[in-house]
Design a protein around this ligand. Structure first.
Ligand SMILES: Nc1nc2c(ncn2[C@@H]2O[C@H](COP(=O)(O)OP(=O)(O)OP(=O)(O)O)[C@@H](O)[C@H]2O)c(=O)[nH]1
Ligand SMILES: [Mg+2]
Length: 270
């Protein structure tokens, strides 16, 4: 099955998320656990040039703003604070769908440097979905106060993504953050994040499913990482196919065809 006219371009997909795409700015998403300083980073980067509304069809607030760096303008989207992208709540589904389908040009994950282990969970989930991820290690002053020492170079090396330490409340590190966004968007830095490797059984099942999805949803790999989608289907995520259907497909035969592929364990994904 081919995709319908609704999905004939990335800009059309982005319109589903109320993104003002008229300026053709690169889109930068800001993700992170609750209370890590996302809004402080957002305000620090955008100043007063921001606009708030709701995510389409949801009561969750959406903030958008612009910032300039080296003569280029970027649009920043503040995603709801989430501990994961497993779509267990409205907030998680919004964040997941945005990164998955609006395909931001870069995603900044704001992490609490005093609570790195918990925060890295989300970082690994985001890097599973997209390459262009920047880890913003915020609250570095608090970490220092608590005598927590972070091996930033080691972290960067392990995750294979840019890591920028910040104290957003004091504006520290924000210029470096803008510089990193600029470099990624303009391909001065090419990011290939570390990805968790699963057992051969899982990787083989994923590969089979990727082939099936490629045939079933012609052209979808332009918009979504099929390896990631297959993993979600294998673990029984009931929301992802609904999101794909809402955003991409009008064809009613999709449900039947999808069931044929992914209903082997009796779970209905629609
Ligand atoms: N010490 C310190 N405090 C910070 C820093 N960045 C943000 N804060 C403070 O941390 C608190 C939470 O910041 P927010 O920007 O609201 O965090 P958030 O991630 O947007 O929070 P939610 O939207 O509720 O998830 C505020 O009191 C900020 O002033 C920092 O680098 N150092
Ligand atoms: Mg906030």
């Amino acid at each position: 099955m081919g995709l319908t006219a609704r999905s004939s371009g990335l800009n059309l997909l982005r319109e589903n998320f109320n993104i003002d795409y008229s300026k053709k700015n690169p889109i930068i998403a800001l993700a992170g656990n609750p209370n890590t300083g996302k809004s402080t980073v957002f305000n620090g980067l955008t100043g007063l040039r921001q606009h708030t509304g709701n995510w389409p069809g949801k009561t969750v607030t959406q903030a958008q703003g612009n910032f300039r760096y080296q003569g280029q303008e970027f649009t920043l989207i503040d995603l709801p604070g989430t501990y994961s992208l497993l779509a267990n709540s409205t907030e998680e589904r919004i964040a997941r769908d945005f990164i998955c389908f609006a395909r931001p040009d870069a995603t900044i994950v704001v992490a609490d440097a005093t609570n790195l282990e918990r925060n890295l969970n989300l970082v690994l989930q985001v890097t599973e979905l997209t390459d262009n991820v920047i880890l913003c290690l915020n609250l570095m002053d608090e970490a220092e106060r608590k005598n927590i020492k972070i091996d930033v170079a080691g972290l960067k090396n392990d995750l294979q993504i840019p890591v920028v330490p910040t104290v957003a409340r004091d504006g520290k590190g924000l210029k470096e953050l803008k510089n990193t966004v600029y470099d990624i968007v303009n391909k001065n830095i090419v990011v290939h994040p570390y990805r968790v490797k699963y057992s051969p059984e899982i990787e083989n099942a994923v590969e089979e499913l990727v082939q099936e999805l490629r045939t079933m949803l012609t052209g979808i790999e332009k918009y979504i990482n099929l390896h990631w989608l297959s993993l979600r289907l294998l673990e029984g995520d009931k929301t992802i196919m609904r999101s794909i259907k809402d955003l991409f497909l009008k064809d009613d035969s999709f449900e039947t065809k999808t069931e044929g592929v992914v209903q082997t364990d009796g779970v209905n994904y629609i």
